[in-house]
Every structure is written in C-alpha cells, then in structure tokens.
Ligand binder design. Structure first.
Ligand code: ASP
Length: 333
C-alpha cells in the first residue's frame, strides 16, 4: 500500500500564473491545491494524495497567524496513523522562515517537506511540477523521518536550519552554505547524506505549544540592518513601537558601529535581548570576536541568519527565557 501524503497549499509562485508563458511578471498564489495536484498526474505513482488549502498568498504576505494555523493543522494531521507525510507548497521568498518555524514547532517525526517554484505554473519550463513530484516522493519516504523539516527544490533536499534563498530569479536559488545538503532527489529517487545537526521537531521545547489552543502570543522582534553610519536610534524607534527584542543584521561577523553598540548595550542592561546576526550570507557569528559580548550583554546568532534568528528569539521570549538561556538556544536549534 502506498504512503498517504497530504499537500497543504499556502500559495507562492508554484501557484502563480503569468499572462503568457514567456514573461517575467506574474501573480503568485492564483491556483488552488486541487489544480496543482491535477497538473501532476504522476504524483499517484509515488503516494496516495490529498490536498487542503491553508492560504493562497505570495509568501511576502505570510503572517504568524497563517503560520500558526499551518503548524496546528500539521500537528493535528500527524496524529492520524493514515497520514505518512506532509508537503507544504509555499512561496520561496520567506520559505526559509516558515521551514525554520515549523522545524521548531512541529511535534512529529514524520516528514514535513516544503516546496515551491521560481517560475509560475504556466511558464516555459515551469519548475513547480517536478519540485512537487520530488517533494511528495520525499514525504512518502520512511527514510525522511526524523530529519526535521526539509525543503525540496531543484533536486536538492535542504535542512530547515541551514537553507537560505540566494538568488532572486534562478531555479537554483536555495543553498545550504554552512552545513551542506541533507540529500538529493532525482525524479523521486532519494539519497541522504546526513541528519540535521541541530535539535528539531519532537525534541524541540517549542513543539508542544502548537498542539492545543491557546497558542502562545509571539512578541514583536525587529531586525535592524547594519550599514555605514547606521543611525543608533533605530533601536529606540523599534522599542517604542513595541519590539521586545532586536536582531542586528550586523556587518561581517555581526558588527555594528560604536553608536549602535553603545545604545544596544544600554538596552541590554535594561533587559532587552539584543541578538547579533549578520547581513553576510554565509558563516557563523561568534561570541567575543570584535565585540565583548560578555560585558555588553549581547547574544550571538551562531549559524542563524537574521530572519531565522528573529523566529528563535520570538519563541524564546514567548517562554520568558533570560539572556544566557537564549544564548544556549542559539547553539541548540
Ligand atoms: N514572491 C513569491 C513568493 O514568495 C516568490 C516565489 O514563490 O518564488 O510567494
């Protein structure tokens, strides 16, 4: 008997349509889940398929409301013995954030696979159908269990912790620059290289919170982008607007200018969590390299880019954890 894979659709370019097959402008989130399934009849070769529409947005419009609804639905479906894996179709713009959030919040060892497309569904050489086929194959594969939330795009299997979008238009946009791929998938044939190194899903301390209502309210965390002569008072504006934590997308190894550093240290002394991440696309941010984090009271993001660091900080602040514990979380997740 074939595995049963549920496809949860949220929109994106994989559900996008352009006026003609050879033009760059298009509208994301146009097709419904059943149309996407019907467009790839070969899906039936690899699994029994059913679909459900969670949302239909460009992922630039993904919200925590949709994300929490998606997470709870996944956690609910995964309790059913007759569901073996879930595929989430999603826009690529914020796919890494959704994947990382689910990696922390899904409470099941069964495969959860995100996929999408860089070209709309009716484009010449649309990449969505094969991505969907490969994603279903990975979701149906028992060897994909216990590997955390995965992203399948362009024949690659990425871990949620490590992948990042690196190109605005190329089908080879996702890379896993720090830790490498989890595996590959070629017309449904899978090969795995490793398990993710960081804690995830069932072992995550956050996953039980998204099973039963009430779900935790997530505090606002802002990302501030470091640059030449960065205005230090951006931190004050964020806090005045209600942010409870700040992620600095720092220069290089998470650096910031003197004015920003002094202001951030003052806020850290008042109990605001300041996380140093980096605007550089690859590499880690280390403690006490050019800045003395121990005396400034800062947290470093280690391997997490600013967008993922923000998600971990939001979940940690919702649990009311303190600075030193949150630092440990950045080495754990
Ligand atoms: N803006 C689109 C989205 O993220 C891009 C894509 O899906 O590739 O929904």
């Amino acid at each position: 008997m074939k595995s049963h894979v549920m496809i949860l659709a949220t929109g994106g370019t994989i559900a996008g349509i352009s006026q003609t097959p050879a033009q760059s402008d298009y509208c994301a989130g146009q097709m419904g889940v059943q149309d996407m399934i019907d467009a790839v009849p070969d899906l039936k070769q690899v699994a029994r398929i059913s679909g459900e529409q969670i949302a239909n947005v460009g992922s630039q419009d993904m919200s925590f409301d949709i994300l929490i609804h998606l997470t709870c639905r996944i956690n609910e479906l995964m309790t059913q013995d007759d569901i073996h894996g879930i595929v989430v179709t999603h826009g690529t713009d914020t796919m890494e954030e959704t994947a990382f959030f689910l990696n922390l919040a899904v409470n099941s060892p069964k495969p959860v696979i995100l996929t999408g497309a860089m070209r709309p569904a009716n484009a010449i050489s649309a990449d969505g159908p094969l991505n969907l086929f490969n994603a279903v194959a990975v979701a149906a594969d028992p060897d994909a269990r216990e590997r955390g939330v995965l992203v399948v795009m362009n024949d690659r299997i990425h871990g949620a912790h490590s992948l990042t979008k690196t190109n605005t238009t190329s089908v080879e946009t996702f890379l896993s620059p720090v830790n490498g791929l989890v595996g590959t998938v070629n017309y449904g044939k899978t090969a795995y290289f490793r398990f993710p190194f960081r804690r995830h899903t069932c072992l995550s301390e956050f996953s039980s919170r998204f099973c039963q209502p009430p779900h935790p309210a997530l505090p606002r965390v802002d990302i501030l982008y470091a640059c030449v002569d960065m205005p230090p008072d951006l931190i004050d504006f964020s806090l005045a607007a209600g942010a409870r934590g700040i992620v600095i997308a720092g220069d290089g190894n998470g650096n910031m200018n003197q004015g920003t550093m002094k202001n951030a240290a003052q806020k850290a002394a008042q109990g605001i969590c300041i996380v140093r991440s980096s605007r550089v696309p690859t590499g880690t941010v280390g403690r006490n390299v050019e800045l003395d984090d121990d005396s400034l009271g800062f947290i470093v993001s280690d391997e997490l880019n600013p967008a993922k660091a923000r998600i971990l900080l939001m979940l940690a602040l919702a649990k009311k954890y303190g600075t030193s514990h949150i630092q440990q979380l950045f080495y754990t997740y």
